[in-house]
Design a protein around this ligand. Sequence first.
Ligand code: ATP
Ligand code: MG
Length: 570
Amino acid sequence: MRLSKYYLPTLKEAPKDADTVSAKLMLRAGLIRKTASGIYEWLPLGLKVLKKVEQIVREEMNAAGSSEVWLPLIQPKELWEESGRWAYYGKELLRIKDRKGAEFCFAPTAEEVITNLVRRDVTSYKQLPVSLYQFASKFRDEIRPRFGVMRAREFYMKDGYSFHADEESINKHYQEIYDAYVRIFTRCGFKFKPVEADTGAIGGNFSHEFMVLADTGENAIANCPLCGYAANTEKAEIKPPVYPAAKDLKPMEKVATPGAHSVEDVAKMLGRKPEDLIKLLVFVADGKPVAALMRGDHELNEHKLKALLKASELEKANEEVYVKLTGSSVGFAGPMGLKEKGVKLLADYHVRGVVNGVAGGNEKDVHTINVNPGRDFEPEIYADLKIAAPGDTCGKCGGRFTFTRGIEVGHTFKLGTKYSVSMKAEFLDEKQKSKPFIMGCYGIGISRVVAAAIEQSHDANGIIWPAPLAPFDVYLASIDADINPKVKETAEEVYKKLTDAGFEVLYDDRAERPGIKFKDADLIGIPHRIVVSTRTLEQNECEYKARTSKDTARWNLVEIAGKMKEAAAK
Ligand code: ATP
Ligand code: MG
C-alpha cells in the first residue's frame, strides 16, 4: 500500500477527552475517530488490525467446531419478552420503534435470537450439539462510555452460542472453546490470564473471563496464591471475617460534627480511625429504596449489591431522594430508625465487627458515637458487599489475596437452561422425552482486543504492534525520492520485492521530511522499518530498524527479501 494513496490522518496531539494510552494512540495514529460518546469510526489502518484479530478468532472458533453465522442487528421485542429480558435489561438496551410502531432493540448480545433460530431447526438429540458464532456490531447504552473503544457504546464482538443435550456435552465444548480462547490470546501476543467469574450460585468453573494483564486495566484481579482462585475483584468472594463477642459496649451518644460529611472529615474531627465508622449508602433498586452499610474504610461493590438484590437497575440516590428517604442531609444519615422509614437495610459482613463505632446521627451536623450492630440496629441481612482489596482473604480457602490489573477481552459462560426454559427451546431425547437445551455463550470484544494490544505494548513514541496484529509487516520509506530518481526507482523495486515475497508493506512514498516520516512510523508501530536514501544507496544498501529496537542495521539490497524473512522469523 502506497501511503500517498492511503487514508492515514495522524495527529501530533490526542484530543483532550482521550482518557487512556490506547485511546490517545488510536486517535493519533489514525486508527479511529470519535463520532459521538462511545461511538467511533474505524479508519483503514484500524480496520486492518480489527480484521487481523477477527481472522485469528475465526480460525480458532472454526477449529473448535463452531460455525459462523450472521445475525440481525435489530431484534424484535417479542423475543426479549419471551426471555424476560425486555423488562430486566434496563437502560443499556437501546429500544426503537419501526414505522408501524412495533418495538425493537439494537442487539447488545444475541441469546434470544440464536435460541429462536435453533429451536425452529433443531428438534432431536441426534442434531446436537450445535455451536454457532458471529462477528457483529453490538450496541449497549453504557452509563459511562470511556477508554476509547474499550468501553464503547457501539463495539465489535464475536459472540458464540452452543446447544447441548447434556452436561457432559457442554462441559466438553466449554473446554474446547476455553482452549480456543487460550490459543487466540496467545496468537495475539498477549500476556493474559483466564480468571474465574464464578459467583458460586451454580458452582465450579461455570464462567471465565479472559484478562489481558495491563496496569491500566479497568478490572482489578484478586489472585489467591494458596488455591489458585483468581477472579475479578467485582466478583471475588471474600471470606466473612469471624469476630469475637463485643465487650464493653458504651451507651450511644450524639455529638456535633459541623460540616463533616466525609468519612475522613468525621474520623479526623472525632479523633477516630475510618474503620471505626459505619457509613451508609443509599440507592434506589428497581424503584425501591435500599441502604447499604459499609465499614468506613471499605468500598461498596455495586455489582455484589445488585446481584444480592436481584435488581436490574441500581442507582445511587441523588441528594433529593437521599433527604426524602432518610429525613437527614447527605452524609449524616445513620442506620438507626431507617427500617421504620421503609428503607431496606443491608450490611457488609465487616460491619458486624465494629465496636462502639460512629454512624450518622440522622440530623444535620450530628453523628452518633458508640454505635453497636445488633444492639442499636439490625440489618435485614449481612452479606459480602465489599470490593476485594489488600488484606482480604479468599472466599474459597482463606488464603490472602494478591492483586493485578487486567482488561477483560473475552468471556465464556455456561448458561444452563435459562433461555431454553423461558423460551421453550426443546428437543426430543433418546426416549422421545422433551428436554430444554443446555446452553453456553462465548464472547470476545474484538474492538477491545485492538485497544488492549496497544495498552499492553507501546512506548513514548507510539504503538508497538505484536507481529500477528500489525496492520502491515513492513514500513518502507524513501528519503529524498523527489530529488534523487535512483532512490525512487530503488524504493519501488524494494516495495515490489517485499510484496512479492508475501509481506504486507506500507510504502511511505510521500514527499515528507525524514523526521516526519520516522515519527509517523514509530507512532503507527509497524514491526519492521526499511529506509532507502541517497546515503544508503551509495553502498547499494538500505537501512533496517525493528520497532522494538533503537539500533539500525544496513542490509544489502540484493538480499533484501531473505533478510526480511529472517527478521520476521525472530
Ligand atoms: P463488562 O463487565 O466489562 O461490562 P460484560 O460482562 O458486559 O463486560 P460480555 O457481555 O461478556 O461483557 O461481553 C463479551 C465481551 O465483549 C467482553 O468480554 C468484552 O471484551 C466486550 N465488551 C463488553 N462490553 C463492551 C463495551 N462496552 N465496549 C467494548 N467491548 C465490550
Ligand atoms: Mg457490560
